[in-house]
Design a protein around this ligand. Structure first.
Ligand code: FDA
Length: 393
């Protein structure tokens, strides 16, 4: 049976763990990255529809949710999106900006995983899959057991991510370990996730699946101007994923379906200009026809504009600006891109990511209570926090 000592063990060969291994290896530290899954970087591979939205040109601390919004600043400022872009360019990976600063590979997410593995190889960091790990004793040195034997290390990095997409190997390992060691773990929930409707609300959107439109969505303190997509179960699309991070069960989501238009003013003006026009015709000039037909059938009817009094116009406006919905739930960890909450940043040094109470133990990436908006920010946090720890492990 194997019995060996290495300077650093990283548990989790995802975005944060691999970046940490590269940074530590560059400093001459011996590094082993251990992952229980059968493949490295599974979430990188599936991200961005197979093209990996690997960072965002505009990443800034404002793009993150955390109980302590200042915590992410240090790591993000020491390893920026420009640093990661330089790495991508060094490896000659072609990329493009899709929208809103989001950078995607022209080719495939596999190129990002290959790049990270090439960098690990360059610095001598060893990456091992199919390796479940048990932490037997904390030190330093820390003692870990794997099916192949025992490993001791001076620095232990927990980079096991969150609960999202369990079928991809996601576990609560990092949260459980932190809790067992007496660290505070803030409540977790699925985020960047579609909403689901039930009962009458679901019936109201029956037949609308596939309709997508630009809108201004709001839940809690989150407000985003992006696309919304009707699905068979509820609402998805970037705007809904973004506001899901701010939504709490039982709360409404407000969706302005016509963010560019003052509907009240428009209907009053058109009532004078085109009194014989029907409401359906006028609304369909601004909204998808199928949606208009449903809205008219459910709530608005189809009067001629001349028949509409000011109160009736106000009522129509109220239905659309905003349309207020109470989702039954989200699709949960099954489809969520990230887990919100996690290891309380008060337990960690923002400079090194080391746990104050556990010398030589570091937490990086999604396991920490730092969650990015949609659009490449979560990977930038993984790279930056991994890099930060890699300077000190
Ligand atoms: P990550 O989850 O990447 O890695 C954790 C690793 O730990 C995994 O390899 C896992 O197998 C391993 N592990 C877990 N438990 C273990 C255990 N007990 N023992 C050993 N190993 C264990 N973000 C973004 O910025 N742009 C994007 O385009 C996307 N797209 C996207 C699509 C989908 C479908 C999902 C689910 C997520 C995204 N994300 C994203 C989010 C992004 O993938 C996520 O924020 C990062 O992968 C987090 O990186 P970590 O390294 O922290 O965890």
């Amino acid at each position: 049976m194997l019995k060996e000592h290495t300077d650093v063990v990283v548990i989790g060969a995802g975005a944060a763990g691999l970046m940490c291994a590269i940074a530590a290896g560059e400093r001459g530290r011996s590094v082993r990255v251990l992952d229980h899954a059968n493949k490295v970087g599974k979430k990188i591979l599936m991200s961005g529809g197979g093209r990996c939205n690997f960072t965002n040109l505009h990443t800034a601390p404002e793009n993150f949710l955390s109980a302590n919004p200042h915590f992410c600043k240090s790591a993000l400022s020491r390893y920026t999106q420009w640093d990661f872009i330089a790495l991508v360019e060094k490896h000659r990976i072609a990329y493009h900006e899709k929208t809103l600063g989001q950078l995607f590979c022209d080719g495939s997410s596999k190129q990002i995983v290959a790049m990270l593995l090439a960098e690990c190889e360059r610095v001598g960091a060893q990456v091992q899959t199919h390796t479940p790990v048990t932490i037997e004793q904390l030190g330093p040195p820390h003692r870990l057991s794997t099916p192949a034997g025992t490993i001791t290390c001076d620095s232990l990095v927990i980079a096991t991510g969150g609960y999202s997409i369990p079928r991809m190997g996601a576990t609560g390992f990092g949260f459980d370990f932190a809790r067992d060691q007496g660290l505070k773990v803030l409540p977790t929930r699925a985020a960047l996730v579609p909403f689901v409707f039930e009962g009458r609300k679901l019936e109201q959107i029956d037949g609308l699946a596939g309709i997508s439109l630009d809108c201004l969505a709001e839940a809690g303190a989150g407000q985003f101007r992006e696309g919304t997509l009707f699905t068979h179960r509820g609402l998805s699309g970037p705007a809904m994923l973004q506001v899901s991070s701010y939504w709490q069960p039982g709360e409404p989501v407000r969706i302005d379906l016509l963010p560019e238009l003052d509907l009240n003013e428009t209907l009053r003006r058109l009532r004078a200009e085109r009194p014989r026009a029907q409401l359906k015709t006028v609304l369909a000039e601004h909204l998808p026809r199928r949606l208009v037909e449903r809205w008219c059938e459910l709530w608005l009817g189809n009067p001629r504009l001349a028949e509409l009094g000011d109160a009736a116009i106000a009522d129509i406006v109220r239905r659309c600006q905003p349309w207020t919905v109470w989702p039954a739930d989200t699709e949960g960890y099954r489809t969520a891109e990230v887990t919100i909450g996690g290891v309380d940043t008060d337990e960690l040094s923002s400079k090194t990511m080391e746990a104050f109470k556990l010398p030589g133990v570091f937490f990086i990436g999604e396991v920490v209570d730092v969650t990015g908006h949609l659009g490449g920010h979560n990977f930038q946090w993984a790279w930056a926090s991994g890099r930060a720890a890699g300077q000190f492990v």
